[in-house]
Design a protein around this ligand. Structure first.
Ligand code: SAM
Length: 290
């Protein structure tokens, strides 16, 4: 981008194809997507008379591609665009180091006072953890290290583009939670979702939550690991909106969503920094209704 004058950054051509956007299309890197979407946010809002909330395939991400005439991306989900651009392996590697490391998952949840030992030492199911949208399976490897009795057949990595890097240690399964299929594993001890719901609009998040709730039994827990809705993560909230029409959610929002799918929030922790924890279980009040 060297050589771009200030005029290029502020005049009316900023939102159409110019040297900046051409560069971003030609040389994508792990952090380009939020910058790309931010560049087209105001233009989309102005052009649509401030239509909001966005739909998930109609965010400023797609609007940018529309304005520069990249038709093949205009109606695609942001994850599909990254997949079509061959960006998912790089994105999954980025997610491993991502936004700072706040300890392993077992250590982190225990630091909140959550009794993970009790959950994972149960013999109510052979399937200990199903990690939905688990990327490369880093979190499951952390679980395996902390609970060596858990074997490959007890730890399931699900993703729509599953990375097979850790296939020796983990059961790897393709599952696209957006298609019509039900959650393949019933009655697991834990269904874990790390940085998944914040990628989804309310309606898509509820559809996924309902699929998981339908697979859960009374001993099952859904564990949600996400950043809290606080001032530390304001930019994250904005990024989720502009990339996916997603959002970060508050305690009140989690409780309302849980109630809609027959679950209840049974544990919650919202640290100022790092992933928090929300646990949901089958609601006794909803017996037979889900
Ligand atoms: C933000 S990454 C989180 C990855 C991992 N859980 C972590 O925290 O490092 C979102 C993950 O969801 C997966 N994903 C997105 N849409 C999906 C879908 N429809 N079905 C299954 N997985 C999906 C992506 O492939 C990606 O691995």
């Amino acid at each position: 981008m060297a050589g771009l004058g200030l005029v290029d950054l502020v005049d009316d051509t900023t939102y159409s194809g110019n040297a900046i956007t051409a560069h971003m299309v030609a040389v994508p890197s792990a952090l380009d997507e939020p910058v790309w979407a931010a560049a087209f946010l105001m233009r989309q809002l102005r052009d649509t008379n401030f239509e909001y909330p966005f739909q998930e395939n109609k965010t400023p991400t797609q609007y940018g591609y529309k304005l520069i005439g990249e038709e093949k991306f205009v109606n695609e989900h942001t994850y599909s665009i990254m997949h079509m651009q061959g960006r998912m392996p790089s994105f999954s590697r980025f997610m491993e180091g991502k936004f700072g490391k706040f300890g392993t998952m077992p250590d982190r949840v225990k630091s909140f006072g959550y009794d993970l030992d009790c959950v994972l030492n149960s013999n109510a199911s052979d399937i200990a953890v199903v990690d939905i949208g688990g990327g490369r399976g880093e979190m499951l490897l952390e679980v395996k290290e902390a609970y060596p009795h858990l074997r490959k057949e007890n730890l399931v990595l699900q993703d729509f583009e599953p990375d097979t890097a850790n296939a020796e240690d983990l059961t790897i399964q393709h599952w696209d939670f957006k298609d019509k299929s039900a959650q393949p594993y019933k009655g697991a001890l834990v269904y874990s979702l790390t940085h998944i719901y914040h990628n989804l609009s309310d309606i898509e998040a509820l559809k996924l939550m309902k699929k998981v709730a339908d697979a859960m039994e009374p001993h099952s827990r859904m564990l949600i690991h996400e950043f809290a809705k606080n001032s530390t993560y304001g930019k994250m909230h904005a990024t989720m909106i502009t990339l996916y029409a997603g959002r970060i959610r508050s305690s009140r929002e989690w409780k309302e969503m849980a109630a809609l799918v027959g679950l209840e929030v049974t544990f919650e922790a919202y640290p100022i920094g790092g992933e928090g924890l929300v646990e949901m279980r089958k609601s006794p009040l909803a017996n037979g209704t889900t």
